[in-house]
Design a protein around this ligand. Structure first.
Ligand SMILES: Cc1cc2nc3c(=O)[nH]c(=O)nc-3n(C[C@H](O)[C@H](O)[C@H](O)COP(=O)(O)OP(=O)(O)OC[C@H]3O[C@@H](n4cnc5c(N)ncnc54)[C@H](O)[C@@H]3O)c2cc1C
Ligand code: SF4
Ligand code: SF4
Length: 455
Protein backbone atom coordinates (compact mmCIF):
# COMPACT_ATOMS: atom_id res chain seq x y z
CA UNK A 1 0.00 0.00 0.00
CA UNK A 2 2.08 2.97 -1.23
CA UNK A 3 2.36 6.57 -0.15
CA UNK A 4 1.02 9.16 -2.60
CA UNK A 5 1.98 12.75 -3.51
CA UNK A 6 -1.09 15.00 -3.69
CA UNK A 7 -2.17 18.49 -4.79
CA UNK A 8 -0.08 20.79 -2.62
CA UNK A 9 3.31 19.42 -3.79
CA UNK A 10 5.54 22.44 -4.44
CA UNK A 11 8.48 20.54 -5.98
CA UNK A 12 11.10 21.31 -3.31
CA UNK A 13 12.32 17.69 -3.53
CA UNK A 14 12.86 17.33 0.24
CA UNK A 15 11.17 13.93 0.04
CA UNK A 16 13.60 12.74 -2.63
CA UNK A 17 16.51 12.82 -0.20
CA UNK A 18 14.46 11.31 2.65
CA UNK A 19 13.36 8.24 0.70
CA UNK A 20 15.50 5.16 1.45
CA UNK A 21 14.65 3.45 -1.85
CA UNK A 22 14.84 6.38 -4.32
CA UNK A 23 11.27 5.94 -5.47
CA UNK A 24 10.26 9.64 -5.75
CA UNK A 25 10.86 11.26 -9.13
CA UNK A 26 11.79 13.27 -11.06
CA UNK A 27 14.77 14.16 -8.87
CA UNK A 28 16.44 17.57 -9.29
CA UNK A 29 19.26 16.05 -11.33
CA UNK A 30 16.86 14.43 -13.83
CA UNK A 31 16.03 16.33 -17.02
CA UNK A 32 12.24 16.38 -16.57
CA UNK A 33 12.44 17.95 -13.08
CA UNK A 34 12.34 21.52 -14.43
CA UNK A 35 9.02 20.98 -16.21
CA UNK A 36 7.37 18.52 -13.80
CA UNK A 37 3.94 19.56 -12.49
CA UNK A 38 4.75 17.75 -9.23
CA UNK A 39 6.80 14.82 -7.93
CA UNK A 40 5.46 11.25 -7.99
CA UNK A 41 5.94 8.14 -5.84
CA UNK A 42 6.48 4.82 -7.61
CA UNK A 43 3.82 2.57 -6.04
CA UNK A 44 5.70 -0.58 -7.01
CA UNK A 45 8.87 0.50 -5.18
CA UNK A 46 7.56 2.39 -2.14
CA UNK A 47 8.17 0.43 1.09
CA UNK A 48 5.79 2.59 3.12
CA UNK A 49 8.37 3.78 5.61
CA UNK A 50 6.75 7.25 5.89
CA UNK A 51 10.07 9.15 5.89
CA UNK A 52 8.91 11.36 3.02
CA UNK A 53 5.87 12.54 5.00
CA UNK A 54 8.09 13.94 7.73
CA UNK A 55 10.27 15.69 5.15
CA UNK A 56 7.40 17.34 3.27
CA UNK A 57 6.88 21.00 4.33
CA UNK A 58 3.33 21.22 2.98
CA UNK A 59 1.78 17.89 3.99
CA UNK A 60 1.45 16.79 0.36
CA UNK A 61 2.28 13.11 0.99
CA UNK A 62 -0.26 10.72 2.44
CA UNK A 63 -0.50 6.96 2.85
CA UNK A 64 -2.80 5.46 0.25
CA UNK A 65 -5.18 4.20 2.95
CA UNK A 66 -6.10 7.64 4.30
CA UNK A 67 -6.58 9.60 1.07
CA UNK A 68 -9.63 11.90 1.15
CA UNK A 69 -12.13 11.32 -1.70
CA UNK A 70 -10.83 14.34 -3.66
CA UNK A 71 -7.26 12.98 -3.31
CA UNK A 72 -8.02 9.55 -4.79
CA UNK A 73 -7.19 10.63 -8.39
CA UNK A 74 -3.60 11.17 -7.22
CA UNK A 75 -3.20 7.43 -6.76
CA UNK A 76 -3.46 6.99 -10.51
CA UNK A 77 -1.56 10.21 -11.26
CA UNK A 78 1.44 8.97 -9.24
CA UNK A 79 1.30 5.48 -10.79
CA UNK A 80 0.89 6.85 -14.34
CA UNK A 81 4.24 8.61 -14.13
CA UNK A 82 6.01 5.24 -13.94
CA UNK A 83 3.89 3.44 -16.53
CA UNK A 84 6.37 3.61 -19.38
CA UNK A 85 9.15 2.29 -17.10
CA UNK A 86 11.84 4.54 -15.70
CA UNK A 87 15.50 4.13 -14.86
CA UNK A 88 15.51 4.93 -11.14
CA UNK A 89 19.28 5.25 -10.87
CA UNK A 90 21.12 4.45 -7.62
CA UNK A 91 19.30 3.08 -4.58
CA UNK A 92 19.80 6.38 -2.76
CA UNK A 93 19.18 9.67 -4.57
CA UNK A 94 22.33 11.70 -5.19
CA UNK A 95 22.59 14.20 -2.33
CA UNK A 96 24.31 17.48 -3.38
CA UNK A 97 27.87 17.82 -2.05
CA UNK A 98 28.46 20.30 0.82
CA UNK A 99 29.59 23.81 -0.09
CA UNK A 100 33.30 24.61 0.26
CA UNK A 101 34.76 28.12 0.15
CA UNK A 102 38.36 26.86 0.28
CA UNK A 103 40.74 29.46 1.72
CA UNK A 104 38.20 32.28 1.53
CA UNK A 105 36.80 33.80 4.72
CA UNK A 106 33.15 32.95 5.51
CA UNK A 107 31.14 35.13 3.12
CA UNK A 108 28.77 37.94 4.00
CA UNK A 109 26.11 38.00 1.28
CA UNK A 110 23.35 40.52 0.53
CA UNK A 111 20.12 39.06 -0.86
CA UNK A 112 17.53 41.33 -2.44
CA UNK A 113 14.00 40.04 -1.82
CA UNK A 114 12.62 37.59 0.74
CA UNK A 115 10.46 35.31 -1.44
CA UNK A 116 11.09 31.58 -1.81
CA UNK A 117 14.18 32.04 -4.01
CA UNK A 118 15.76 34.41 -1.47
CA UNK A 119 14.96 32.14 1.47
CA UNK A 120 16.34 29.02 -0.21
CA UNK A 121 19.48 30.94 -1.26
CA UNK A 122 19.96 32.14 2.33
CA UNK A 123 19.54 28.59 3.64
CA UNK A 124 22.13 27.30 1.19
CA UNK A 125 24.66 30.04 2.04
CA UNK A 126 24.21 29.48 5.78
CA UNK A 127 25.42 25.89 5.41
CA UNK A 128 28.91 27.47 5.17
CA UNK A 129 30.32 27.75 8.73
CA UNK A 130 30.47 31.42 9.81
CA UNK A 131 28.59 32.75 6.76
CA UNK A 132 26.01 35.51 7.13
CA UNK A 133 23.22 36.90 4.96
CA UNK A 134 21.42 40.25 4.91
CA UNK A 135 18.01 40.02 3.22
CA UNK A 136 16.51 43.30 2.00
CA UNK A 137 12.75 43.24 1.37
CA UNK A 138 10.79 46.26 0.10
CA UNK A 139 7.55 45.13 1.78
CA UNK A 140 6.87 45.19 5.53
CA UNK A 141 6.18 41.41 5.46
CA UNK A 142 8.53 38.69 4.16
CA UNK A 143 8.21 35.61 1.88
CA UNK A 144 7.06 37.21 -1.40
CA UNK A 145 4.46 35.25 -3.36
CA UNK A 146 4.49 32.44 -0.79
CA UNK A 147 2.63 35.00 1.34
CA UNK A 148 1.01 37.30 -1.25
CA UNK A 149 0.43 34.89 -4.16
CA UNK A 150 -0.63 31.49 -2.79
CA UNK A 151 -4.41 31.45 -2.42
CA UNK A 152 -5.74 31.81 1.14
CA UNK A 153 -7.78 28.60 0.92
CA UNK A 154 -4.61 26.62 0.13
CA UNK A 155 -3.56 26.50 3.77
CA UNK A 156 -1.42 23.41 3.20
CA UNK A 157 0.76 25.23 0.64
CA UNK A 158 0.99 28.26 2.91
CA UNK A 159 2.58 26.02 5.54
CA UNK A 160 5.82 26.47 3.60
CA UNK A 161 6.15 29.73 5.56
CA UNK A 162 7.02 27.51 8.54
CA UNK A 163 10.07 26.26 6.63
CA UNK A 164 11.09 29.85 5.92
CA UNK A 165 10.63 30.75 9.61
CA UNK A 166 13.08 27.98 10.50
CA UNK A 167 15.59 29.30 7.93
CA UNK A 168 15.18 32.81 9.34
CA UNK A 169 16.00 31.64 12.87
CA UNK A 170 19.49 30.46 11.91
CA UNK A 171 22.60 32.25 13.18
CA UNK A 172 23.88 34.73 10.61
CA UNK A 173 20.43 35.49 9.13
CA UNK A 174 19.37 39.15 9.18
CA UNK A 175 16.15 40.45 7.60
CA UNK A 176 15.72 44.14 6.73
CA UNK A 177 12.05 44.80 5.97
CA UNK A 178 10.76 47.91 4.19
CA UNK A 179 14.07 48.48 2.38
CA UNK A 180 13.87 48.76 -1.40
CA UNK A 181 17.11 48.36 -3.31
CA UNK A 182 17.26 51.04 -6.00
CA UNK A 183 15.34 53.48 -3.77
CA UNK A 184 16.66 53.23 -0.18
CA UNK A 185 20.02 51.63 -0.97
CA UNK A 186 21.91 51.18 -4.23
CA UNK A 187 23.60 48.17 -5.77
CA UNK A 188 26.95 49.89 -5.09
CA UNK A 189 26.02 50.24 -1.38
CA UNK A 190 25.40 46.50 -1.15
CA UNK A 191 28.60 45.59 -2.99
CA UNK A 192 30.62 47.87 -0.72
CA UNK A 193 29.50 46.06 2.42
CA UNK A 194 29.16 42.46 1.19
CA UNK A 195 31.21 39.83 -0.60
CA UNK A 196 28.40 39.22 -3.10
CA UNK A 197 24.87 40.36 -3.94
CA UNK A 198 22.08 37.96 -4.95
CA UNK A 199 18.95 39.38 -6.58
CA UNK A 200 15.78 37.37 -5.91
CA UNK A 201 13.30 40.09 -6.82
CA UNK A 202 10.75 37.94 -8.66
CA UNK A 203 8.58 39.07 -11.58
CA UNK A 204 6.04 41.47 -10.16
CA UNK A 205 4.45 42.86 -13.35
CA UNK A 206 1.88 41.33 -15.68
CA UNK A 207 2.21 40.58 -19.32
CA UNK A 208 -0.23 43.05 -20.83
CA UNK A 209 -3.05 42.02 -23.15
CA UNK A 210 -2.62 43.66 -26.56
CA UNK A 211 -6.27 44.12 -27.59
CA UNK A 212 -8.52 47.07 -28.44
CA UNK A 213 -10.06 48.34 -25.22
CA UNK A 214 -7.60 46.47 -22.99
CA UNK A 215 -5.81 49.58 -21.67
CA UNK A 216 -6.38 49.77 -17.94
CA UNK A 217 -7.93 46.30 -17.82
CA UNK A 218 -7.74 44.69 -14.38
CA UNK A 219 -5.28 41.84 -13.94
CA UNK A 220 -5.24 38.64 -11.96
CA UNK A 221 -2.10 39.93 -10.22
CA UNK A 222 -4.02 42.89 -8.85
CA UNK A 223 -6.93 40.70 -7.81
CA UNK A 224 -4.65 38.15 -6.10
CA UNK A 225 -2.76 40.96 -4.36
CA UNK A 226 -6.09 42.45 -3.24
CA UNK A 227 -7.48 39.27 -1.67
CA UNK A 228 -4.11 38.50 -0.08
CA UNK A 229 -3.69 41.97 1.45
CA UNK A 230 -0.60 42.96 -0.61
CA UNK A 231 0.20 46.59 0.33
CA UNK A 232 0.51 47.59 -3.37
CA UNK A 233 -2.97 46.26 -4.21
CA UNK A 234 -5.07 46.84 -1.09
CA UNK A 235 -6.67 49.96 -2.60
CA UNK A 236 -8.07 48.31 -5.76
CA UNK A 237 -11.82 48.14 -6.33
CA UNK A 238 -13.42 45.33 -8.35
CA UNK A 239 -16.94 45.29 -9.77
CA UNK A 240 -18.61 42.13 -8.47
CA UNK A 241 -22.15 43.43 -9.07
CA UNK A 242 -22.75 41.66 -12.42
CA UNK A 243 -23.69 37.97 -12.61
CA UNK A 244 -20.66 37.11 -14.75
CA UNK A 245 -16.90 37.61 -14.54
CA UNK A 246 -14.44 36.69 -17.30
CA UNK A 247 -10.80 35.72 -16.88
CA UNK A 248 -8.60 35.73 -19.98
CA UNK A 249 -5.96 32.99 -19.74
CA UNK A 250 -6.21 29.59 -18.06
CA UNK A 251 -3.07 29.04 -15.99
CA UNK A 252 -3.07 28.11 -12.30
CA UNK A 253 -3.43 31.76 -11.23
CA UNK A 254 -6.58 32.13 -13.37
CA UNK A 255 -8.05 29.05 -11.67
CA UNK A 256 -7.12 30.42 -8.22
CA UNK A 257 -9.00 33.64 -9.02
CA UNK A 258 -11.99 31.77 -10.48
CA UNK A 259 -12.18 29.61 -7.35
CA UNK A 260 -12.02 32.58 -4.96
CA UNK A 261 -14.77 34.34 -6.96
CA UNK A 262 -17.12 31.33 -6.81
CA UNK A 263 -16.42 29.82 -3.38
CA UNK A 264 -18.94 30.46 -0.64
CA UNK A 265 -17.41 33.45 1.19
CA UNK A 266 -18.13 31.69 4.48
CA UNK A 267 -15.65 28.99 3.41
CA UNK A 268 -13.08 31.76 3.04
CA UNK A 269 -13.88 33.36 6.38
CA UNK A 270 -11.74 30.82 8.25
CA UNK A 271 -8.71 31.54 6.03
CA UNK A 272 -6.34 34.49 6.26
CA UNK A 273 -7.93 36.27 3.29
CA UNK A 274 -7.77 40.07 3.61
CA UNK A 275 -10.82 41.15 5.66
CA UNK A 276 -11.63 44.00 3.22
CA UNK A 277 -11.71 41.54 0.30
CA UNK A 278 -13.88 39.11 2.23
CA UNK A 279 -16.38 41.90 2.96
CA UNK A 280 -16.63 42.71 -0.78
CA UNK A 281 -16.89 39.01 -1.75
CA UNK A 282 -19.76 38.62 0.73
CA UNK A 283 -21.72 41.18 -1.35
CA UNK A 284 -20.74 39.61 -4.69
CA UNK A 285 -23.48 38.82 -7.22
CA UNK A 286 -21.23 36.73 -9.43
CA UNK A 287 -22.82 33.43 -10.43
CA UNK A 288 -20.52 32.45 -13.26
CA UNK A 289 -16.82 32.89 -13.96
CA UNK A 290 -15.82 32.13 -17.55
CA UNK A 291 -12.16 31.24 -18.02
CA UNK A 292 -11.21 31.84 -21.65
CA UNK A 293 -8.51 29.91 -23.48
CA UNK A 294 -7.32 30.51 -27.04
CA UNK A 295 -6.44 26.88 -27.65
CA UNK A 296 -8.07 23.52 -26.93
CA UNK A 297 -8.39 21.52 -23.69
CA UNK A 298 -5.23 19.45 -24.22
CA UNK A 299 -3.23 22.71 -24.23
CA UNK A 300 -4.67 23.93 -20.92
CA UNK A 301 -2.02 25.92 -19.06
CA UNK A 302 -3.23 24.86 -15.60
CA UNK A 303 -1.83 21.76 -13.92
CA UNK A 304 -3.88 18.63 -13.24
CA UNK A 305 -3.48 19.26 -9.49
CA UNK A 306 -4.95 22.74 -9.78
CA UNK A 307 -7.90 21.46 -11.83
CA UNK A 308 -8.61 18.77 -9.25
CA UNK A 309 -8.46 21.40 -6.50
CA UNK A 310 -10.91 23.60 -8.39
CA UNK A 311 -13.34 20.78 -9.11
CA UNK A 312 -13.26 19.67 -5.47
CA UNK A 313 -14.16 23.17 -4.31
CA UNK A 314 -16.72 24.53 -6.80
CA UNK A 315 -18.92 23.59 -9.78
CA UNK A 316 -16.95 23.35 -13.01
CA UNK A 317 -18.33 23.10 -16.56
CA UNK A 318 -16.33 22.68 -19.77
CA UNK A 319 -17.15 24.23 -23.14
CA UNK A 320 -14.80 22.64 -25.63
CA UNK A 321 -14.09 19.51 -27.65
CA UNK A 322 -12.72 16.85 -25.31
CA UNK A 323 -11.94 14.30 -28.02
CA UNK A 324 -8.43 12.90 -27.60
CA UNK A 325 -6.57 13.78 -30.83
CA UNK A 326 -3.98 11.07 -30.06
CA UNK A 327 -0.23 11.50 -29.62
CA UNK A 328 -0.58 13.58 -26.43
CA UNK A 329 2.06 13.44 -23.71
CA UNK A 330 1.05 11.99 -20.32
CA UNK A 331 0.33 15.36 -18.69
CA UNK A 332 -1.89 16.60 -21.55
CA UNK A 333 -3.72 13.27 -21.86
CA UNK A 334 -4.37 13.29 -18.12
CA UNK A 335 -5.77 16.84 -18.21
CA UNK A 336 -8.08 15.87 -21.03
CA UNK A 337 -9.27 12.78 -19.15
CA UNK A 338 -9.85 14.80 -15.96
CA UNK A 339 -11.84 17.43 -17.88
CA UNK A 340 -13.91 14.70 -19.53
CA UNK A 341 -14.57 13.09 -16.16
CA UNK A 342 -15.96 16.23 -14.49
CA UNK A 343 -19.48 15.73 -13.20
CA UNK A 344 -22.28 18.04 -14.37
CA UNK A 345 -22.38 21.23 -12.29
CA UNK A 346 -24.88 21.33 -9.44
CA UNK A 347 -26.71 24.40 -8.15
CA UNK A 348 -24.74 27.47 -7.12
CA UNK A 349 -22.00 29.55 -8.68
CA UNK A 350 -19.90 27.85 -11.32
CA UNK A 351 -16.68 28.14 -13.25
CA UNK A 352 -16.87 27.60 -17.02
CA UNK A 353 -13.66 26.53 -18.74
CA UNK A 354 -14.24 27.75 -22.29
CA UNK A 355 -11.84 26.76 -25.06
CA UNK A 356 -10.92 28.04 -28.54
CA UNK A 357 -12.26 31.45 -27.59
CA UNK A 358 -9.71 34.13 -28.38
CA UNK A 359 -11.01 37.56 -27.32
CA UNK A 360 -10.85 40.21 -30.03
CA UNK A 361 -11.67 43.31 -27.97
CA UNK A 362 -12.66 44.46 -24.51
CA UNK A 363 -15.76 46.66 -24.32
CA UNK A 364 -17.45 48.41 -21.39
CA UNK A 365 -20.00 45.56 -21.44
CA UNK A 366 -17.64 42.60 -21.50
CA UNK A 367 -15.45 40.69 -23.94
CA UNK A 368 -15.88 40.47 -27.71
CA UNK A 369 -15.05 37.09 -29.21
CA UNK A 370 -15.40 37.72 -32.93
CA UNK A 371 -18.93 39.09 -33.28
CA UNK A 372 -20.17 37.64 -30.00
CA UNK A 373 -20.28 39.74 -26.86
CA UNK A 374 -19.71 37.82 -23.63
CA UNK A 375 -21.29 40.19 -21.14
CA UNK A 376 -19.43 40.64 -17.86
CA UNK A 377 -19.03 43.18 -15.09
CA UNK A 378 -15.50 42.09 -14.20
CA UNK A 379 -12.86 41.20 -16.80
CA UNK A 380 -9.36 40.23 -15.68
CA UNK A 381 -6.38 39.28 -17.79
CA UNK A 382 -4.22 36.43 -16.53
CA UNK A 383 -1.72 35.78 -19.28
CA UNK A 384 1.46 35.56 -17.26
CA UNK A 385 3.98 37.55 -15.29
CA UNK A 386 6.90 39.67 -16.46
CA UNK A 387 9.79 41.11 -14.44
CA UNK A 388 10.75 44.77 -14.32
CA UNK A 389 14.35 45.79 -15.11
CA UNK A 390 16.63 45.79 -12.06
CA UNK A 391 18.63 49.03 -11.58
CA UNK A 392 22.34 48.60 -12.50
CA UNK A 393 21.83 45.10 -13.96
CA UNK A 394 21.53 44.03 -17.62
CA UNK A 395 17.99 43.02 -18.61
CA UNK A 396 16.49 40.96 -21.42
CA UNK A 397 13.13 42.60 -22.12
CA UNK A 398 11.94 39.71 -24.31
CA UNK A 399 12.23 37.08 -21.57
CA UNK A 400 11.87 39.43 -18.61
CA UNK A 401 15.02 38.01 -17.03
CA UNK A 402 18.53 39.14 -16.11
CA UNK A 403 21.11 37.47 -18.39
CA UNK A 404 23.34 35.11 -16.39
CA UNK A 405 25.54 32.04 -16.49
CA UNK A 406 24.45 29.54 -13.83
CA UNK A 407 23.25 32.46 -11.71
CA UNK A 408 26.27 34.79 -12.21
CA UNK A 409 24.98 38.01 -13.83
CA UNK A 410 26.63 38.52 -17.20
CA UNK A 411 29.25 41.27 -17.28
CA UNK A 412 29.03 42.23 -13.58
CA UNK A 413 31.16 41.83 -10.49
CA UNK A 414 30.05 39.57 -7.56
CA UNK A 415 26.41 39.82 -8.62
CA UNK A 416 23.98 36.88 -8.94
CA UNK A 417 20.32 36.12 -9.61
CA UNK A 418 17.92 33.40 -8.53
CA UNK A 419 14.19 32.63 -8.77
CA UNK A 420 11.80 34.19 -11.28
CA UNK A 421 14.15 37.06 -12.16
CA UNK A 422 16.69 34.41 -13.22
CA UNK A 423 14.59 31.86 -15.11
CA UNK A 424 11.29 33.66 -15.78
CA UNK A 425 7.90 33.19 -14.10
CA UNK A 426 7.62 29.42 -14.10
CA UNK A 427 7.78 26.56 -11.63
CA UNK A 428 6.54 26.20 -8.10
CA UNK A 429 7.70 27.42 -4.70
CA UNK A 430 10.09 24.49 -4.28
CA UNK A 431 11.49 24.81 -7.80
CA UNK A 432 13.30 27.87 -6.46
CA UNK A 433 15.28 25.65 -4.10
CA UNK A 434 17.08 23.88 -6.94
CA UNK A 435 17.43 27.20 -8.75
CA UNK A 436 18.95 28.87 -5.65
CA UNK A 437 21.29 25.93 -5.12
CA UNK A 438 22.76 26.39 -8.60
CA UNK A 439 23.27 30.13 -8.04
CA UNK A 440 24.88 29.71 -4.61
CA UNK A 441 27.21 27.01 -5.96
CA UNK A 442 28.37 29.43 -8.65
CA UNK A 443 28.81 32.20 -6.06
CA UNK A 444 30.82 29.97 -3.73
CA UNK A 445 33.02 28.70 -6.56
CA UNK A 446 33.72 32.31 -7.56
CA UNK A 447 34.61 33.26 -3.97
CA UNK A 448 36.93 30.30 -3.62
CA UNK A 449 38.59 31.15 -6.95
CA UNK A 450 39.13 34.80 -5.95
CA UNK A 451 41.37 34.02 -2.95
CA UNK A 452 44.60 33.15 -4.83
CA UNK A 453 43.96 36.06 -7.19
CA UNK A 454 43.66 38.53 -4.28
CA UNK A 455 46.58 37.23 -2.19
C1 LIG B 1 -0.71 34.15 -7.77
C2 LIG B 1 0.33 33.09 -7.59
C3 LIG B 1 0.02 31.94 -6.86
C4 LIG B 1 0.98 30.94 -6.70
N1 LIG B 1 0.64 29.82 -6.00
C5 LIG B 1 1.55 28.83 -5.85
C6 LIG B 1 1.21 27.65 -5.13
O1 LIG B 1 0.08 27.50 -4.65
N2 LIG B 1 2.17 26.69 -4.99
C7 LIG B 1 3.43 26.84 -5.51
O2 LIG B 1 4.26 25.95 -5.33
N3 LIG B 1 3.78 27.96 -6.20
C8 LIG B 1 2.87 28.95 -6.38
N4 LIG B 1 3.21 30.07 -7.09
C9 LIG B 1 4.60 30.20 -7.62
C10 LIG B 1 5.57 30.74 -6.53
O3 LIG B 1 4.92 31.70 -5.77
C11 LIG B 1 6.84 31.29 -7.20
O4 LIG B 1 7.54 30.19 -7.77
C12 LIG B 1 7.80 31.97 -6.22
O5 LIG B 1 7.16 32.85 -5.35
C13 LIG B 1 8.89 32.76 -6.98
O6 LIG B 1 9.83 33.15 -6.01
P1 LIG B 1 10.78 34.44 -6.13
O7 LIG B 1 11.48 34.50 -4.82
O8 LIG B 1 11.55 34.38 -7.38
O9 LIG B 1 9.78 35.69 -6.29
P2 LIG B 1 8.76 36.37 -5.27
O10 LIG B 1 8.04 35.36 -4.48
O11 LIG B 1 7.94 37.30 -6.10
O12 LIG B 1 9.66 37.23 -4.27
C14 LIG B 1 10.32 38.41 -4.69
C15 LIG B 1 10.46 39.33 -3.49
O13 LIG B 1 11.37 40.38 -3.80
C16 LIG B 1 10.86 41.60 -3.27
N5 LIG B 1 11.47 42.71 -4.03
C17 LIG B 1 11.28 42.99 -5.34
N6 LIG B 1 12.04 44.05 -5.71
C18 LIG B 1 12.73 44.44 -4.60
C19 LIG B 1 13.67 45.48 -4.34
N7 LIG B 1 14.08 46.32 -5.30
N8 LIG B 1 14.17 45.61 -3.08
C20 LIG B 1 13.77 44.76 -2.09
N9 LIG B 1 12.87 43.76 -2.29
C21 LIG B 1 12.37 43.59 -3.53
C22 LIG B 1 9.37 41.46 -3.46
O14 LIG B 1 8.64 42.36 -2.64
C23 LIG B 1 9.15 40.00 -3.10
O15 LIG B 1 8.92 39.83 -1.71
C24 LIG B 1 2.27 31.09 -7.27
C25 LIG B 1 2.58 32.24 -8.01
C26 LIG B 1 1.62 33.23 -8.17
C27 LIG B 1 1.96 34.45 -8.96
S1 SF4 C 1 6.97 6.01 2.23
FE1 SF4 C 1 9.19 5.62 2.36
S2 SF4 C 1 9.61 4.32 0.58
FE2 SF4 C 1 7.60 5.24 0.23
S3 SF4 C 1 8.05 7.07 -0.96
FE3 SF4 C 1 7.99 7.68 1.18
S4 SF4 C 1 10.13 7.60 1.85
FE4 SF4 C 1 9.99 6.43 -0.08
S1 SF4 D 1 6.33 19.40 -1.50
FE1 SF4 D 1 8.43 18.70 -1.57
S2 SF4 D 1 8.61 17.13 0.00
FE2 SF4 D 1 6.40 17.45 -0.41
S3 SF4 D 1 5.89 15.93 -1.97
FE3 SF4 D 1 6.40 17.78 -3.08
S4 SF4 D 1 8.60 17.62 -3.55
FE4 SF4 D 1 8.12 16.09 -1.95
Amino acid sequence: MPHVVTRSCCNDANCVYACPVNCIHPTPDEPDFATAEMLYIDPAACVDCGACMTACPVGAIRPHSVLAPDQLPFLEINADFYKGGRDRGPVLARVPAPLEVGEAAPPRVAIVGSGPAAMYAADEILTIPGASVDLYERLPVPYGLARFGVAPDHADTRRVAGTFDVIARQDGFRLHLGVEIGRDLTHADLLASHDAVVYAVGAASDRRLDLPGADGLGTATEFVGWYNGHPDHAGHAFDLSHRRAVIIGNGNVALDVARILTLDPEDLAATDIAPAALAVLRESRIEEVVVLARRGPADSAFTSSELLGLAAAVNVAVEGDLTDPGGLDTAAARKLALLAGLTAPGPGARVVLRYRSAPTAITPDGVLIGDDLLEAGLVLSSIGYHARPVPDLPFDEATGTVPHEKGRVTGTDRTYVTGWIKRGPNGFIGTNKTCARETVRTLVADLAARVPALS
